[in-house]
Write a protein that binds this ligand. Structure first.
Ligand SMILES: NC(=O)c1ccc[n+]([C@@H]2O[C@H](COP(=O)([O-])OP(=O)(O)OC[C@H]3O[C@@H](n4cnc5c(N)ncnc54)[C@H](OP(=O)(O)O)[C@@H]3O)[C@@H](O)[C@H]2O)c1
Length: 329
């Protein structure tokens, strides 16, 4: 069974697995707890040492942290020091004026709540989950600095910040004596936003690590949507973040990418994951998995043949690097 490889996160002391596991979906109280446990155990057995969470993952919000906290306590107690556990604050989490965005009040209260749900004294990385258009960056960054200085987080990260704000936030953190360890953007063949905005180049220049999320474009870059929308898929379930309209809008590209991969004897999902990892700025790709079989399939991408220059050019032809909009831009 193949194992992941590890790559240095920028110029920090931290190595991250080439593929990380995220808990946005499939780990809430609405999901199958025993399958979630099997996925987490299997991921660790195959070398995934980086688990990505946020305060609001579920549903209901917070329940992914509760489930992961239980699994950590029951199955991983003696492995804590082998794991990088992250959480984030900034998206809508609780009622009233302090339940979201980038105030010190929200970030630090949310971190305390996350630690209680996760049953941990500290997380490895605490993120500002999204930029706040109304709060001074100094305030949000000071909350991240406090998280580190209080010992509740070892490192800090930023997610979805557009380039200008990212540069300013990194500078402010530096002035506070804190290094931004990592940046987390969406990135896939169908969403090249961080590449086209110059963010990936900036991260390379600054030696900041980069973990990209949704490398499978939430499952669109798997064979499942080529002909229809299966009822048990993310797009097939009601109320999700991926809709039938998204599938229809992308289906032509998905089919062409599927044909391209098949012509090389590769699956579209393996091609998609390895495409994100080809970029030198990318430390790790955070995948999601609803079943152990999906997890295994994604990890098997690491055994797939390397993408040739001809394939990369063909991918550019099918899905040109247009400036896909960052949801928080
Ligand atoms: N910072 C942020 O704002 C942010 C935002 C989004 C995500 N994230 C992080 O990134 C993580 C990954 O996001 P994601 O779940 O969208 O990643 P993804 O890997 O692009 O999509 C995962 C989904 O694709 C489907 N899938 C995976 N493997 C498959 C296979 N072999 N065959 C068929 N379908 C397959 C599954 O959905 P179904 O089977 O249910 O269709 C699975 O849940 C999240 O958990 C979170 O940690 C961060």
């Amino acid at each position: 069974m193949n194992q992941v490889t590890y790559k240095r996160c920028g110029d920090s002391g931290i190595l991250l697995p080439s593929i990380s596991l995220g808990f946005w979906h499939n780990f809430g109280h609405v999901d199958d707890f025993q399958e979630a446990r099997r996925i987490m155990r299997r991921a660790f057995d195959r070398g995934i040492t980086h688990f990505d969470l946020a305060n609001n993952y579920g549903p209901p919000a917070g329940s992914a942290e509760e489930n992961v906290g239980r699994i950590l306590a029951e199955d991983f107690a003696c492995h804590r020091d082998e794991l990088i556990i992250t959480t984030k604050a900034g998206h809508d989490m609780w009622q009233g004026p302090y339940g979201e965005w980038g105030s010190r009040k929200h970030l630090l209260a949310s971190l305390d709540q996350s630690l209680r749900r996760l049953r941990l004294p500290y997380v490895d990385i605490f993120y500002s989950h999204r930029p706040d258009p109304h709060t001074r960056l100094e305030e949000t960054m000071s909350a991240l600095a406090t998280a580190v200085n209080s010992g509740k987080a070892l490192y800090v990260g930023l997610s979805k910040y557009p380039l200008k704000k990212l540069k300013k936030a990194v500078r402010i953190l530096k002035q506070m004596g804190i290094r931004c360890l990592i940046y987390q953007p969406p990135y896939s063949i169908l969403n090249r936003w961080p590449e086209t905005q110059g963010i990936l180049d900036y991260l390379l220049e600054e030696n900041i690590g980069c973990v990209v999320f949704s490398p499978l474009a939430q499952g669109m870059l798997t064979p499942k949507y080529i002909d229809n929308i299966p009822a048990d898929s993310r797009a097939g379930r009601p109320g999700g973040f991926l809709t039938g309209a998204d599938i229809i809008a992308n289906q032509e590209k998905i089919r062409a990418l599927g044909d391209l991969a098949a012509a090389q004897g590769m699956s579209i999902n393996h091609m998609a994951i390895n495409w994100t990892l080809r970029h030198p700025a990318v430390t790790s790709a955070i995948i999601g998995a609803r079943t152990v079989a999906q997890l295994d399939d994604s990890l098997d991408a690491l055994q797939a043949p390397e993408l040739t220059d001809a394939m990369l050019a063909a991918i550019d032809g099918i899905a040109p690097p247009s400036a896909t909009k960052n949801p928080e831009g």
